[in-house]
Ligand binder design. Structure first.
Ligand code: PLP
Length: 348
């Protein structure tokens, strides 16, 4: 286990080599020449960093939301005093790029757009290619929550012109939670120089200055950097395209399997995510109980719904080190447990 390696001084040569090496390799996965900084924080910390480093209180921002995490991005901006214009889409649907274009055209004061690439709460992947085209054609700043996509789903950061992109260690990167990786474009740094929202721990300019010396401003989660070095090695061995292709396969397999069980997907099929599948709970089935039996009797851990989807859906996660055999095992267990619960309900 890489993360169990003996500790090193985070101001010493071993960590210096490690942080610079990991950063260069992350850039390859981000497909970017932009700066990439790794913060010791969860994904939400990375989103907060994106907001406080590029915005000033009173700045008008468009927050595009298709679920819980889109709402969270908006809430962070609001918490720091941004003037947030919310553009909500029904949960299970993707954001409509034309509506984003219309909002930007109608409100020239909006200079920044927040968007979730892959909405984990609903199992929907937004069309970031179309959205980034609209935002960048109008020369607005684009902040992207790619916590549950980058590394598993194609996201060519520079090709799409994404200014700030945030991902989290516990997702595609297959290591424990605790690191947020974030890329910032030249326009992102220009915004940073102007931005006056308060920041200290998440000050990205200070993180950049430290990285130039092979350090981080504060004590980093050194063990997670060890683990990241190893997971990047595994990911490079498999290859960027092969990883994306595997996620396409397991995503399709999960959705087909769910439909074969007679269950309905929450997400519109055309925009369904290849990293998470949200399934509508069948009538009369208590999702909490379903998840408990799957966990305790079959060792299969699925997630419940979040926010207003609590008890209405359950979710099958399939990002990171997930194979067809894992999906098969989850679907077989689901078949057995559902059959039992439906029989019990019928006999009541
Ligand atoms: C799309 C998305 N954004 C943000 C987050 C928040 O990340 P964290 O829980 O690491 O703070 C998550 C977590 O699941 C997520 O899936």
């Amino acid at each position: 286990m890489a993360s169990a390696r003996p500790m090193v001084n985070h101001r010493g040569p071993e960590f210096r080599r490690l942080v610079l090496d990991v950063t260069a390799r992350l850039k390859w996965f981000f497909r970017t020449e932009n700066d990439v900084l790794t913060l010791t924080a969860s994904g939400t910390g990375g989103l907060e960093a994106a907001v406080v480093n590029t915005l000033s209180p009173g700045d008008r921002v468009l927050a595009v939301s298709v679920g819980v995490f889109g709402d969270r991005f908006a809430a962070i901006a609001r918490a720091y005093g941004a003037d947030v214009v919310k553009l909500d889409f029904p949960w299970g649907k993707a954001a409509d790029p034309d509506q984003i274009a219309a909002r930007l055209a109608a409100d020239p004061n909006i200079r920044t757009v927040l968007v979730t690439h892959n909405e984990t709460s609903t199992g929907v992947t937004n069309d970031l290619t179309a959205i980034s085209k609209i935002v960048k054609e109008r020369d607005r700043l684009l902040l992207v929550d790619a916590v549950s996509s980058l590394g598993a789903l194609p996201l060519p950061v520079d090709q799409l012109g994404c200014d700030v992109v945030v991902t989290g260690s516990q997702k595609s990167w297959m290591i424990p939670p605790g690191l947020a990786m974030i890329s910032i474009s030249r326009a992102g740094w220009e915004a940073c120089a102007r931005a006056t929202m308060p920041r200290f721990y998440f000050d990205l300019a200070s993180a950049k200055r430290s990285l130039e010396k092979g350090e981080t401003p504060f004590t980093p989660a050194v063990s997670l950097f060890f683990a990241l070095e190893e997971s990047l090695r595994m990911m490079e061995e498999e290859g960027r395209e092969a990883i994306a292709e595997r996620h396409r396969r397991v995503g399709a397999q999960a959705r087909d399997g769910v439909r074969d069980l007679g269950l309905a997907l929450l997400a519109d099929e055309r925009v369904a995510s290849n990293t998470v599948t949200a399934v509508k709970a069948p009538d009369g089935i208590e999702t909490r109980e379903l998840l408990r039996i799957l966990r305790e009797e079959h060792g299969v851990v699925l997630a419940g719904g979040q926010g207003r989807l609590a008890d209405k859906i359950f979710r099958i996660g399939h990002l990171g080190w997930v194979t067809e055999a894992d999906i098969d095992a989850a679907l077989s267990a689901l078949r057995v447990v559902l059959a039992r619960m439906i029989t019990a309900t019928d006999n009541r």
